[in-house]
Design a protein around this ligand. Structure first.
Ligand SMILES: Nc1ncnc2c1ncn2[C@@H]1O[C@H](COP(=O)(O)OP(=O)(O)OP(=O)(O)O)[C@@H](O)[C@H]1O
Ligand SMILES: [Mg+2]
Length: 224
């Protein structure tokens, strides 16, 4: 069970001639057992906020507490390996690894025996609606939606207590969107995960326990 809290969180991208203040004074409480959705138009700062929660970038000001501990003081790799599974907007599958190898990679890093990891890979792949025939294929031979589902399966396989997903249904049809939305909410409700989903998709937001809206870097409101 994990709780995440952000306190006056700020982040800017600094280029030579321009500074983009992508996250502005965000105060957010994300709780275990809930599916929490962040919506907002393109460029509003959703992915940047998620990357801060994933410890992929460091806050410029403010802080993030995970179970009351300062995220910046934790080892970022360990945090993502053991605590927080990240589903990236651009999938980030390893191109030279098969579907099976992609899914078991984080498990092997966590010293799970290979056989156990392979059984787990088959199970999670089935959960995202793909059969075992996909295990030996390479990401480049899959459709966008299939790659997305493998990325989700990889995150599910690791059974972390935090799941951070950036547009996890961006490339999926209605049926698979429902399947993935159901899986994410069941991870929250049945396993007590703290699930955070960034999306444009209002059908995903409709299944959330909490919805936060982002606008111009600011968390502008909370819808029921
Ligand atoms: N690496 C970067 N360097 C400079 N500016 C960036 C970078 N990444 C994002 N930005 C800018 O920061 C702002 C927020 O971007 P972000 O990717 O967080 O938006 P988003 O809400 O996830 O958008 P989308 O819905 O299109 O994915 C935008 O103005 C964007 O142009
Ligand atoms: Mg984004």
């Amino acid at each position: 069970m994990a709780k995440i809290q952000t306190i006056d969180l700020n982040f800017s991208y600094r280029a030579k001639h321009q500074t983009i203040h992508a996250v502005k004074d965000v105060n957010l409480l994300l709780e275990p057992g809930l599916m929490q959705v962040i919506i907002g138009k393109s460029g509003s700062g959703k992915s940047t906020l998620l990357s801060l929660l994933a410890s992929l970038q460091t806050p410029e000001q403010g802080m993030i507490l995970v179970d009351d501990m300062d995220l910046q003081k934790m080892d970022a790799d360990q945090y993502r390996r053991k605590r927080a599974a990240v589903i990236f907007q651009a999938y980030n599958l390893f191109p030279l690894l098969t579907v099976q190898e992609n899914i078991i990679y984080p498990l092997l890093l966590n010293k799970i025996p290979k056989r156990t990891a392979e059984t787990q890979a088959e199970k999670v792949l089935e959960q995202v609606g793909m059969d075992a025939s996909f295990l030996k294929r390479f990401p480049a031979t899959l459709s966008g939606g299939e790659q997305q589902r493998v990325a989700i399966a990889r995150a599910l396989a690791n059974q972390t207590d935090i799941v951070l997903a950036d547009e996890p249904t961006g490339n999926l049809d209605t049926k698979n969107t429902e399947r993935i939305t159901g899986l994410l909410s069941s991870m929250a409700h049945n396993q007590g995960c703290c699930v955070v989903v960034v999306t444009h998709d209002l059908s995903v937001a409709a299944n959330a326990d909490r919805v936060f809206a982002m606008d111009g870097g600011t968390l502008s409101g909370v819808a029921p």
